[in-house]
Design a protein around this ligand. Sequence first.
Ligand code: DGL
Length: 284
Amino acid sequence: MTSPSTDQRDLAALPIGMFDSGMGGLTVLHECLVTLPGENFAYVGDTARFPYGEKSREELELFAQQLTAFLETVPVKLVVVACYSATSAALPLLQERFSTPIVGVVMPGARAAVQTSRYRRIGVLATEATVASGAYPRAIHSLDGGAEVYQQACPGLVSFIEDGDVASQALADAVRGFTAPLKEKRPDVVIMGCTHYPLIAPMLQRFLGRDVTLVNPATEIALEVEGILQRQGLARADDRVGSYRFYATGDVEAFRTIGARFLQMPLTRVRKLSLDALGTLVAP
Ligand code: DGL
C-alpha cells in the first residue's frame, strides 16, 4: 500500500496544466516560470479556435471544458486558466465539473488592483467577451463594494500583437482610441485584463500617463499558484529545473516560431492536439 506522503510526492512531480486561446497565455507562463522555476508545465494553445475574445459564453464554456478534460488526461496537479476571456466565461463551471484544482486569472488581478488603488477608481482593459461577462466588476466589488470600475473593451487589439506588431502607427492609433475614454474617468489603477496587453505595457503607460499604475495579473497568478502549491504540500523543489511541453490545436510549426518570440525561449516539445480528439472528451 502506498503511504500518503508517497502519494503527495507523486502528485508534486506532476506538471501544472495551463491553457489559453493561443500564444498570449505564454505571458502568464513566463511569470510562472520566473516564480516557480522548479515546476513542470504542460501548456495548451487553442490556436485553431483563436481568438476567444469574440466568442460567445456558450462556446467558451465548451472549449474550456474540453481543454481542462484534456489536461486531466496528461495528468496535471493544477489547472491555470491563462485566458481572461475563458476565465470570465467559464471558471465557476470548470470548478464545479472537474476534480483537479483550477485557478483563473481574473481574481488575482482584481485583488492586486484593489490593494493598489488609493482612490478606488479602477480601470480594466479587456476583450469584448471579458467585458460582457462582468467578471471584473464582480471580482472587484466582492473585495471592495465601493470601488468604481471602468471597463474598456479593445476589439481587434490582440490581432496586432499576435501578428508580432508591438510598435506600428496603426497599433498606436488603436491604443490611443481605447485608452482615451478610460483616461477621462481618471482611474489611478488599470488592469491589463488580457493575455496580450503586457506585451505593450510601455505604450499603454504612455497613453494613460504617469498617474496610472498598471496591474499585470500574470504576476499575481504566479504568486497565487505558488501559495496554493505550498499550502497543499504540492510544490516541487526550486533546485530542480522544470520541464515544459506544449500542445497546439492549430499549426505546430507556427506555434513553435511565434511562441518562442512570446516566451523568449525555444519551444522544443510542441505536439499537435486535434479538435476531433477534444470533441471526444466533451461533446458540443
Ligand atoms: N487570450 C485572450 C484573453 O486573454 C486574448 C486573445 C483572444 O481573444 O483569444 O482574453
